[in-house]
Design a protein around this ligand. Structure first.
Ligand code: ZN
Length: 393
């Protein structure tokens, strides 16, 4: 994907500002800020660079002056106006410098630090840091579906598993591909699932580069194959553990959508669709408890779900009182009316306990708490009524 001229200029402007800030940050000076003339001089220099003159002639380019570029960076959330040493003047930090400052200055507050300015004497959360700036890099998506399939077919023997991966790949847009690290991770995870060897795989890449897919493509293709091979089994086979609930919610929606890409494939082979479960503090015990569960927004007729939005339109979804009365377990979109039934998304503890989902999104804290809970531990593959243990987590 090519960046627009405005975005390319923004990236180059950001590089220039970060380079200036880095000189202070490597010495541990985190409270520095650039004044407006320093920012604008640096951006003027970027705009005058030979390689950027052509970009600026592009009719799609809306940036003409250093001020335009500065305002564009602010709009993108890459540059922030911050309080400076002298009142009345504007001072600036990029998100990089502001991020480093926040990490270095973050404090742990205990009861003795309550009131007035006593917080300032609290210990910092991060004792020390080293700062190293490297150029931004994005993994290239240069592995087309044939290249990916060649790697997977060589690693995986089960024809259904190969077919499930291929089915997912066929749904990629015509010119889209995968990154090499995604293919390598998928190959390694699938190979382990296929031949039964238990290994750990660590995938490390920058934010937004596609780590999620590197795990979920092999996990979901394997789940789809298991759905067909053992249509009556009900067990959590993949455990998705998150340290923070915000991240959990974010990825839940993405993985729910990825699951739907296997619906046809499983359906044609007589299996039932992949089912995702979500278990954390805001998961109600029953449908009815959603009306008094913390995090949910209840009225007389419905209670709005805090962790799942409509896959169709992105609108809010709710449990409706009439569904509780009729014992229909589902979420319904408040905007377009689309419904997500419990056999696709298990969102109550009861639904999960009675019929464990294929893949469970939960937190480390929940795992710790429920491993010893006689009513829930079978969901994690532990205890007398558990039928199988998760193969992937
Ligand atoms: Zn909707």
């Amino acid at each position: 994907m090519a960046l627009t001229p405005d975005l390319l200029l923004a990236e180059r402007g950001l590089d220039e500002l970060e380079q200036i800030e880095a000189r202070a940050l490597v010495w541990g000076l985190v409270d520095n800020a650039l004044d407006t003339s320093e920012v604008d001089d640096a951006l003027r220099h970027v705009l005058a660079e030979e390689r950027n003159l052509e970009l600026r002639r592009d009719p799609a380019c809306s940036i003409a002056t250093p001020r335009d570029l500065r305002e564009h960076l602010v709009g993108l959330g890459m540059l922030f106006e911050v309080p400076g040493p002298t009142a009345g003047d504007a001072f600036w930090r990029t998100r990089m410098a502001e991020g480093v400052r926040l990490i270095a200055r973050l404090r742990q507050l205990f009861p003795q630090h309550a009131g007035d300015a006593r917080w300032a004497s609290a210990p910092t959360l991060v004792a020390d840091y080293r700062f190293l700036r490297r150029a931004r890099r994005y993994p290239e998506r240069d592995q087309d579906r044939h290249a990916v399939m060649a790697v997977i077919s060589a690693a995986v023997k089960n024809p259904d598993l190969q077919s499930a991966v291929s089915h997912w790949l066929q749904q990629l847009p015509p010119n889209a591909g995968m990154s090499r690290f995604q293919v390598d991770a998928a190959e390694r995870i699938l190979r382990g699932l296929d031949d039964g060897t238990r290994t750990g795989t660590l995938v490390s890449a920058g934010t937004g580069s596609g780590k999620t897919l590197a795990f979920y493509l092999p996990a979901l293709a394997w789940l789809a194959q298991r759905r067909v091979a053992t249509p009556n089994a009900r067990a959590v086979r993949v455990l998705a553990l998150y340290p923070r609930n915000e991240l959990l919610k974010d990825q839940l929606a993405e993985v729910y959508e990825q699951c739907r890409k296997f619906d046809d494939w499983i359906g044609e082979r007589g299996g039932s669709a992949l089912r995702v479960g979500v278990l954390y503090g805001e998961t109600p015990r029953f449908m009815k408890s959603a009306f008094k569960q913390p995090g949910w927004r209840a009225s007389a007729t419905e209670s709005v779900c805090p962790f799942f939005s409509c896959p169709g339109c992105g609108g809010e979804m709710s449990v409706r009182a009439e569904d509780v009365d009729r014992e229909v377990e589902r979420l319904v979109c408040r905007t377009c009316g689309e419904s997500v039934p419990s056999d696709r998304l298990a969102f109550t503890r009861k639904a999960m306990s009675e019929n464990p989902p294929d893949i469970l999104f939960t937190s480390v804290e929940m795992l710790n708490r429920h491993l010893s809970n006689p009513d829930m531990r079978h969901v994690f593959g532990v205890g007398p009524i558990a039928t199988e243990r998760p193969a992937l987590s």
